[in-house]
Design a protein around this ligand. Structure first.
Ligand SMILES: Cc1cc2nc3c(=O)[nH]c(=O)nc-3n(C[C@H](O)[C@H](O)[C@H](O)COP(=O)(O)OP(=O)(O)OC[C@H]3O[C@@H](n4cnc5c(N)ncnc54)[C@H](O)[C@@H]3O)c2cc1C
Length: 313
């Protein structure tokens, strides 16, 4: 029986996956895209997307992702609503990569990994209740909505320090809640926080709840973990900045990851350490993490895959 070896398999259906699909399909690579458990990716969990070029009035995340999918399918991308559960990559140039969706084995000459990253939350019920009503994990995405208002940022590392200084430029006041009595952020970032007049740092403080009306944030409920004293801070936005987890568990031991689990790509390309395996979007980008940058790297991945396959022929 002749084995069906696909030219290009795309794992993930966020902006990077569908953009890779559009380019791969138009280059006649006949891509097959596996959506995973969150068809459309992270943007399907948000309402307004105001910063993706081409939508002058903004668009909702789910609508934008449906548009991207339609565009990918127009060029005959095959979209399968399945999750890739295992991978065995070839180390050889021209080798065949194996993926599994449950028991189904998939063979591919090239693979584009677009599995994204997931923001970490504290695990409070109120985070879910007020998601979309003032709780966010992305200052670049949502900071604009809090112009002139007061916000809280939770976290102690570089991400929290960056989010706090970014928000300080837009908002009236940022209260940064740090669980311990010190930062984990780099000295340079700490300096930026400490010299920004409208950031107040509260060490040994934790967010324990959120209060508001109609699912809109009005107050952060915090506790001083030294004195156990509880208090509230009147705010409109709460930014959880405790890091992201790249979705790379199934690739561990197969492909080079950095110390935080992000796929390492050659600078300026989407090439991984494995021939024929490319990575695009948030799964390989812990800095920008935007839909447009994910889409841009999806385009790069499809072009890198096309070049790789052309050179094999
Ligand atoms: C609430 C929220 C609001 C945001 N707002 C904005 C905004 O306004 N503007 C902006 O530019 N950015 C915004 N972002 C960031 C933006 O959503 C991400 O940067 C972007 O979605 C990353 O795209 P991606 O293609 O890397 O993957 P993701 O969107 O992270 O998608 C990952 C995909 O991989 C799939 N997947 C994972 N594992 C597997 C597997 N094993 N098998 C198959 N599939 C798998 C998932 O199902 C999903 O489809 C927001 C993010 C969030 C969470």
């Amino acid at each position: 029986m002749e084995e069906n070896i696909l030219e290009c398999v795309i794992v993930g259906s966020g902006p990077s996956g569908f953009t890779a699909a559009i380019y791969a399909a138009r280059a006649d690579l006949k891509p097959v895209l596996y959506t995973g458990l969150e068809p459309g990716g992270q943007l399907t969990t948000t309402t307004e997307v105001d910063n993706f070029p081409g939508y002058p009035e903004g668009i909702t995340g789910p609508e934008m992702m449906m548009d991207l999918q339609k565009q990918a399918e127009r060029f005959e991308t095959k979209v399968l609503y399945e999750m890739i559960t295992k991978a065995e990559f070839s180390q050889e140039v021209g080798g065949v990569h194996k993926l599994w969706a449950g028991n189904k084995e998939i063979l591919a000459k090239s693979v584009i990994i677009s599995t994204g990253a997931t923001a970490k939350y504290l695990g409070l019920d109120d985070e879910k209740k007020y998601s979309g009503g003032g709780v966010s994990a992305c200052a670049t995405c949502d900071g604009f909505f809090y112009k002139g208002k007061d916000v809280v940022v939770v976290g102690a590392g570089d991400t929290a320090a960056e989010e706090a200084t970014y928000l300080a430029k837009l908002t009236n006041k940022v209260t940064l809640l740090v669980r311990k009595d010190h930062f984990r952020a780099s000295k340079a970032m700490m300096h930026r926080v400490n010299t920004t007049p409208n950031i107040e740092v509260r060490f040994n403080h934790e967010l324990i709840g959120i209060e508001g009306e109609n699912s809109l944030v009005e107050r952060a409920v915090v506790i001083n973990n030294l004195t156990q004293e509880k208090s509230t801070i009147a705010v409109h936005g709460i930014f959880i900045a405790i890091g992201h987890k790249p979705n790379t568990d199934i690739f561990k031991g197969q492909i080079t990851l950095d110390e935080n689990g992000y796929i390492v790509t050659e600078p300026g390309t989407t090439r991984t350490n494995l021939p024929g395996v490319f990575a695009a979007g948030d799964v390989q980008d812990h800095i920008y993490r935007q839909a447009i940058t994910a889409a841009g790297s999806g385009c790069m991945a499809a072009m890198d895959a096309e070049k790789y396959l052309a050179e094999l022929d």
